[in-house]
Structures are given as C-alpha cells and as structure tokens.
Ligand binder design. Structure first.
Ligand SMILES: Nc1ncnc2c1ncn2[C@@H]1O[C@H](COP(=O)(O)OP(=O)(O)OP(=O)(O)O)[C@@H](O)[C@H]1O
Length: 396
C-alpha cells in the first residue's frame, strides 16, 4: 500500500488489489471455502477420506482426478447436496453444517446445461431470480447484464432450444451468475462440447472469472483443462488429495510418481541410488550414467513398489540436430517412433545402454517444436539427446 492510496482497491466481490491494480497473491487472500477433515460414506463405501483444503477469495480452483476419485462428491458436499459423515465445511467463515443448499452462497453449473428448452434465453436466465423481490424492469436489466457478461448480449428473445452447445452453457453460466454467488461450482461444464468450442470456452471462462472476481471451483478429469484454467489444483485419488499446488508447480514438481503420471507425459527410468551427498543424491540411471540429482529435485514421496526412478517431461530434454551447439550433457540413441502433432512432434528414442539394468531397454519420449520448413529427423536415425540433472526428478 502506498501513501496516495492507503486503502486496498477492492472490486465488487473481487480480491484486494495492490497499488498497481494487480490482485494480491492467493495465499494472502481471505479463505472462501474450507474443508476440515471431511469424510463421506455411501453405505460402506468411503468416498471422501479426510479432505483438508482452503480455497481462497477470487481464486480459480480445480478438483482434478480420474473417474470415481470423489471430486464430484466433494463439489456436491460444498454445495450442500450431500450430507457429510464427519468433518466441517465452512464457506466465507461460516459453518455450513445445518445450512441447506438453496441458502448457501454458492451456485452450481452442471455438465448437462439443465436449461429449459421451451423458454427463451432471457426467461432461462431470469429463472434464477424467480424469488427476487425486484421490479420487472430491474430484473430485465439484470438479465441483460448477465447475458452481456457471457457474450450473449441481444440473445434474450431467442428460443433456448435453438442454441448451440456452447451458447447453452453460456446461458447456464448467466443464470448462475445473476444471483451473484460468492462461489460458482462447475461440474465438468465443458465436457459435452467439441474440442474447439471447449478450448474457446476455457479462455472465456478464465476471463469471466477475472471479470466477476468470485471464487470458481471446477471439477474436471482433464488435466490439460485444469492446467489451462486454474490458479491452484487439488489432484485427488480414491477420496484423498494427493497434491494441492499451483498449476505450474504441479506440472514441474509433482509430489509423487502417481501425480506425475497423471499430469501430462512423464518419462520414468529406473534408478540405483548410490548415496546422499551434501547437495543432492547420486544415482545411476541406464542410458544416462552416474550423476547427482540436486536436492530440490528429490521428491519426498515414497516411490512405492516400482522402486526408485527418475522422471522427466518430454520437453525437459532436447533432441540435437546436427548443427546444434555443444550440449550440457548428452547421450546417444536411435529414434524408434515418431508421433507428429503439427506444431510439435514426439520422438521415442532408445538410448544406448538403456537396457543395462534389466535387459529390456527403456525408450524415452522427447518433444520438439516443429519449425516451419525445417526437415524432421527420420525413423531409425541415430541422434543425440541433451539433458541436465536439474531437469530430472528423483522418486526414491
Ligand atoms: N449416490 C451414490 N451412491 C453410492 N455411491 C456413490 C454415489 N455417488 C457416488 N458414488 C461413488 O463414490 C465414488 C466417487 O464418486 P464421484 O462421482 O464423486 O467421482 P468423480 O471423481 O466425480 O468421478 P466422475 O468423473 O466419474 O464423475 C465413486 O466410486 C462412485 O461410484
């Protein structure tokens, strides 16, 4: 805060901002949703196993995990559609124990848009205001404002059944936002859309969330969607949170091999631990040889049955073309698979000596941006891979 501007600038419903108008860091914001040791049973089935989390003001938060991990159950628990076995759910500091769903400061948008096809767009949006005491004219203005917010200005008189999937989801969003909830809960809202529309709506949702400045909680099983949209992400497996981190940290510093495997593509190679040093851990990895993994890259999580391994992303190593400058470290190998994606290509490279531990050999996946007009290496070509110990993570 500076002298000219002693009060934090607070937008309606949004987070506090610094003197440059930037939102304050998420960790310092007010807690909007808190779960303390939440357990949920369906009969004998233990669906939520001690959920602890804090979601903050004006944050875009995602619950990510495979089918059946409990993310929808957790979202419905926050909304008040599910009773919990034990634990506490607080919203904006208030215990929700005896607060029914319809009076919680939350609103939910579902995958199936749940709009009424026989009503107009405006009638659908106004449905949220049916118990609102405001005058007809005031409500009509609010509807128009909500439609403008989701990019549907002037669509009010249209029949809802004549809309595209993306437009219907916008109507559902407008209907949820018109009630000015403190929290918007989104259960796989984009999963019914085709890829192009989904990507467009992802960007629009991010913009919308910034504009309205309220807390969004998104349920998704799509890791790319979670990374694109979220400030922070909770990865869930079997009713538990395996990692709760900022998107970039989750990708670059997964807390366990399982999280690493779930988020994006990750190469794993078996590692022999040679010993701890003052600055890290010395390892021996087939194809890479002996080197030291810096302490910051040593995962604290148990590697489990699979034994110690090093993991790295396809973009963490580089395929060297003939004219490349001298690399950090390099290993030779042969390209045994090529998967072309237009803007980039995956190369599966079998490194020399990669079969040293178990005789099987382990191809690694390397990604490379395609440069227009430059020839791509062919299948079977000998190549060099450049890497550095700092871009590998040790799971021990
Ligand atoms: N009403 C219910 N009665 C009994 N079991 C349920 C009920 N709802 C969910 N479950 C079970 O609880 C577990 C978690 O379900 P939930 O819907 O929360 O998973 P999810 O992570 O959202 O998965 P998906 O992406 O498939 O929806 C699943 O094993 C599911 O079968």
């Amino acid at each position: 805060m500076n002298a000219r501007n002693p009060m934090p600038v607070v937008r309606e419903g949004g987070p506090a901002r610094d003197e440059h108008g930037r939102p304050t860091p998420i960790e310092t914001r007010r807690v909007m949703i808190e779960c303390r040791n939440v357990h949920k049973y369906y009969g004998d089935y233990h669906a939520l196993r001690g959920i602890d989390l804090k979601i903050r003001e004006a944050e875009f938060f995602s619950l990510l995990g495979p089918s059946g991990c409990g993310k929808t159950t957790l979202l419905r628990t926050i909304a008040g559609f599910e009773d919990i076995g034990s634990g506490v759910v607080l919203i904006d500091g208030k215990d929700m124990a005896n607060v029914p769903a319809n009076v919680r400061p939350t609103n939910m948008v579902f995958q199936s848009y749940a709009i009424f096809p026989h009503l107009t767009v405006a009638e659908n949006v106004a449905f949220g205001l049916r118990r609102d005491p405001r005058s007809k004219a005031e409500k009509a203005a609010a509807v128009e404002e909500a439609l403008a917010m989701v990019g549907l200005r002037g669509y009010g008189a249209r029949a809802a059944h004549a809309l595209s999937g993306g437009q219907r989801q916008r109507v559902a969003l407008a209907r949820a936002l018109i009630l000015k909830p403190k929290v918007l809960l989104l259960d796989e809202p984009l999963s019914a859309l085709d890829r192009k529309m989904r990507e467009q709506m992802q960007v629009e949702l991010i913009k919308l969330q910034r504009q309205v400045g309220i807390t969004f909680v998104l349920v998704t099983h799509d890791q790319e969607e979670a990374l694109v949209m979220s400030d922070r992400i909770a990865v869930m497996f079997e009713g538990e949170i395996a990692q709760l981190s900022f998107a970039e940290e989750l990708y670059t510093r997964p807390a366990s091999r399982r999280v690493a495997d779930f988020i994006g593509v990750m190469n794993f190679l078996p590692a022999r631990i040679l010993g701890d040093t003052e600055t890290g851990v010395r390892v021996d990895v087939p194809g890479f040889g002996e080197f030291e993994v810096p302490a910051a890259n040593v995962s604290r999580a148990d590697a489990g049955d699979s034994g110690p391994s090093v993991g790295f992303r396809p973009e963490a190593v580089t395929l060297l073309t003939r004219d490349a400058p001298a690399p950090n470290r390099e290993t030779a190998g042969a390209i045994e698979e090529i998967v072309y994606y237009g803007d980039m290509t995956y190369y599966d490279v079998r490194l020399d000596g990669s079969a040293r531990f178990d005789g099987k050999g382990h191809p690694i996946r390397v990604s490379m941006r395609n440069v227009f007009g430059r020839d791509l290496p062919d299948l079977g070509t000998r190549t060099r891979v450049s890497w550095s110990p700092g871009s590998l993570i040790l799971f021990r």
